[in-house]
Design a protein around this ligand. Structure first.
Ligand code: 5GP
Ligand code: ZN
Length: 107
């Protein structure tokens, strides 16, 4: 998606502090953190939101959810953290490229 800010981050076209990357996903720090540690995990594939996710995305979504505790531990949140997925305008979503927020206080 040429107009999508997270696709541009995935492609390296705009800067972000990436904390993880593999063939399918990227995780990077939120530019307006809600907590001392706050990163987002996004699929490299442009999926607009959970409302647009399809059965073919099942493994990708599972991978993202399992990455959340792994990256949380590696970033000081091993005792616990918050996750959120804002979905649709009515759900508070601002960037329409699916992302899982992971945030909390180092513990
Ligand atoms: P949401 O769509 O989940 O409501 O919010 C999008 C999130 O993306 C916000 O927390 C916002 O701070 C973050 N964000 C928006 N634009 C950028 C950007 O260009 N870079 C980074 N790293 N985060 C962004
Ligand atoms: Zn995108």
């Amino acid at each position: 998606m040429s107009n999508c800010i997270f696709c541009k981050i995935v492609a390296g076209e705009i800067p972000a502090t990436k904390i993880y990357e593999d063939d399918d996903v990227v995780a990077f720090n939120d530019i307006r953190p809600l907590a001392p540690v706050h990163f987002m995990i996004v699929p490299k594939k442009h999926v607009e939101s959970l409302l647009a996710a399809e059965p073919v995305d099942q493994a990708l979504l599972g991978k993202i959810l399992l990455l959340a505790p792994k990256l949380a531990r590696e970033n000081g949140l091993g005792a616990g953290f918050k996750t959120s997925i804002n979905t649709g305008k009515a759900g508070g979503q601002e960037v329409f490229h699916l992302h899982v927020h992971v945030y909390g206080h180092p513990n």
